[in-house]
Design a protein around this ligand. Structure first.
Ligand code: PLP
Length: 290
C-alpha cells in the first residue's frame, strides 16, 4: 500500500504549486502514455488495432462503473459532462427543479429545453448561499416536479450535496447529478441518483473528452432518447427504412420534434439563458467593451 501511495504521489509531475484542479487537472503520466499508444494504434488503420482501442472503451465503462458503484450496463462514455446532462434534460418531461446558481451545464440546458421543446418546465430555486440542502429542496417540491438536478460539489463554494438525503426527500422523482467537481475526490452514494454525469479532466487527470454518464433503469424508462449519435438500431438496417428508427421519428407525425431539437442545441442567445448565465463584456469593433 505504501508503495502504491509513493508511486501515486510521484505521478504528480506537473509544476510545483499547481492548485487549479477544479478547473483542469494536468494529465497524469499513465494517461499521457496510454493516449500516445492509442493514437499510434489508430494511426495504422488496421482493423485489429482499431478494435483494440475500441476494447478500451469497454474497459473504461467497467472502471467508471466501479468508481460510481453502479452496474457497467448503466454507463455511457461521453465527450463531456454537458453532453450527458443534455441527454437527461432534453429527454425529460414535466418540471425540473434546480438552483439558479448551478453551473451552466445544468441551467442553460434547462432553459434551452424549456424554451425550445415545450415538454419541460424549469422550476428555479434560489437557495441560501446556493446550497441545495434537503430542506431547501423539500420546501420547493410540488406534485408537478418530476426531477431534481443538482451538483454533487458546487463549483463556486465547494458545498457538497447529500445525495442520500436528497433521495429521501424527493422520493420516486428522478435525481440528476452533475458530479464533475466531485468525481475522484469525494465519496458519494452515486447509486441513489438516476443520472450521474462527470468528466475526467479535473480531479482524475484524464484529459478532456473523458466524460461519463450513468443512467439508472428508471431514467432509461422515463427519458426520451434524444442523442442522434447512437440510436439502438439493428445492425445492417438502412436507417430510413429501419422500423425502430421510423418509430422514433414518427412519435409525432410532423417534423416539429426534429426542428425543436435543433433549436435546443443552438448557441444560447435568448434572454432566458442570459438571465441564468450573464455573458462577460466583449470587445466591440472599436475596442471598447460592448
Ligand atoms: C460543475 C460543473 N459542471 C460542468 C462543467 C463542464 O464540464 P464539461 O466540460 O465536461 O461539460 C464544469 C466545468 O468546470 C463544472 O465545474
Amino acid at each position: 500500500m505504501t508503495g502504491d501511495i509513493t508511486a501515486y504521489i510521484e505521478s504528480f509531475d506537473s509544476e510545483p504549486g499547481y492548485l487549479d484542479w477544479a478547473a483542469f487537472g494536468p494529465l497524469s503520466p499513465v494517461v499521457r502514455s496510454e493516449v500516445h499508444a492509442d493514437a499510434e494504434l489508430l494511426g495504422t488503420g488496421r482493423r485489429s488495432s482499431v478494435d483494440l482501442v475500441n476494447e478500451h472503451v469497454d474497459q473504461s465503462r467497467t472502471h467508471a462503473a466501479s468508481v460510481l458503484g453502479v452496474p457497467a450496463e448503466q454507463i455511457v462514455i461521453q465527450p463531456s459532462t454537458s453532453h450527458g446532462l443534455q441527454q437527461a434534460i432534453y429527454g425529460l418531461s414535466g418540471t425540473l427543479l434546480l438552483s439558479r446558481a448551478e453551473y451552466p451545464a445544468l441551467t442553460i440546458a434547462a432553459a434551452r429545453a424549456e424554451a425550445a421543446l415545450g415538454t419541460l418546465r424549469a422550476a428555479w430555486l434560489e437557495p441560501e448561499h446556493g446550497f441545495m440542502t434537503p430542506d431547501a429542496v423539500r420546501d420547493a417540491l410540488t406534485d408537478e416536479v418530476t426531477a431534481v438536478a443538482v451538483s454533487l460539489v458546487d463549483f463556486r463554494t465547494g458545498y457538497r450535496a447529500d445525495l442520500g438525503a436528497l433521495r429521501d426527500v424527493i422520493g420516486d422523482r428522478l435525481l440528476i447529478v452533475d458530479a464533475i467537481q466531485g468525481l475522484g475526490v469525494v465519496d458519494a452514494d452515486y447509486g441513489v441518483a438516476d443520472v450521474v454525469c462527470a468528466n475526467g479532466y479535473k480531479w482524475l487527470r484524464a484529459g478532456r473528452g473523458t466524460g461519463v454518464a450513468s443512467y439508472s433503469q428508471r431514467a432509461v424508462d422515463r427519458l426520451a432518447p434524444c442523442s442522434p449519435a447512437t440510436p439502438e438500431l439493428p445492425t445492417g438496417c438502412p436507417w430510413m427504412r429501419c422500423p425502430s428508427h421510423r418509430r422514433m421519428l414518427g412519435r409525432s407525425s410532423s417534423r416539429r420534434p426534429i426542428r425543436s431539437l435543433r433549436r435546443a442545441w443552438e448557441v444560447p442567445s435568448t434572454r432566458s439563458t442570459m438571465s441564468v448565465w450573464p455573458r462577460s463584456p466583449r470587445p466591440s469593433r472599436r475596442g471598447r467593451p460592448a
